[in-house]
Design a protein around this ligand. Structure first.
Ligand SMILES: O=C(O)[C@H](O)[C@@H](O)[C@H](O)[C@H](O)COP(=O)(O)O
Length: 224
């Protein structure tokens, strides 16, 4: 296995240990704990290693930071990714809460999803964020007409459309994504490192929405 792949496996494993520790720490003082994860390709090593961690998974709720508005069997579904890679082995005992409904659009399903999320044990033990090369996180896209709403609303979820992505999305709002005891940012590669450096050197959240999460404690998990 190439060095880069090794490094990405290692950082995923380190994040998995940290996530398990966060869940176990909170489960020591509360009946259930919530984990919020992002989709995409970066989390695969993290998900596979977390699935094997010693956690009281039957007391854990898992949901997503955002989702593509596609059926769960769709190749682009984050729920499918989570069910196939994270909710396996011991972690199969966790309870997953999807961000989609049978409604044809996220605008029509958002209220149902918000009611579903309201039942979860907020604040989350951990929110794991990814980042795109355009500085988006979750589905807070710089080119989305709903970005300002998603950054300012007290609602839990926002339906999002953006020219940069092929499908309508639903995303947890910035406010909901901030409702956590711990935040981690998981990204790999030099291109994203450069975008993060640019994000850290400015404050325009609309330009690089990841900036909405760089003013609170955040642990960075990065590999080349
Ligand atoms: O639904 C999604 O795609 C994610 O939630 C998204 O916010 C992701 O974290 C970034 O797009 C990075 O994706 P990669 O890990 O694939 O680069």
């Amino acid at each position: 296995m190439k060095t880069t792949e090794n490094a990405r496996e290692q950082i995923g494993a380190q994040l998995a240990v940290a996530a398990a520790h966060a869940l176990n720490e909170d489960l020591a003082s509360q009946p259930r704990a919530l984990l919020v994860v992002s989709g995409g390709s970066t989390p695969l090593p993290f998900f596979r290693r977390l699935a094997e961690q010693p956690v009281a998974w039957s007391r854990v709720d898992v949901t997503l930071a955002d989702e593509r508005w596609v059926p769960e069997e769709h190749a682009d579904s984050n729920a499918r990714l989570v069910r196939e890679t994270l909710l396996t082995g011991p972690a199969a005992a966790a309870t997953f809460h999807s961000l989609t409904t049978s409604d044809p659009t996220p605008e029509q399903g958002a209220a149902t999803v918000a009611a579903r999320l309201a039942t979860l044990p907020w604040p989350a033990s951990l929110v794991v964020l990814g980042m795109g090369n355009d500085g988006h996180t979750a589905s807070l896209f710089p080119d989305s007409g709903e970005l300002s709403l998603a950054l300012s609303t007290d609602d839990s979820v926002v339906a999002v459309r953006a020219p940069s992505v092929p499908q309508p999305r639903i995303t947890l709002s910035a406010a909901r994504l901030h409702d956590a005891r711990r935040h981690a940012l998981h990204l790999v590669g030099d291109a994203k490192k450069a975008v993060l450096a640019q994000a850290l050197s400015g404050d325009d959240v609309r330009e690089l929405p990841i900036r909405a999460f760089l003013t609170c404690p955040l642990t960075l998990y990065w590999a080349p």
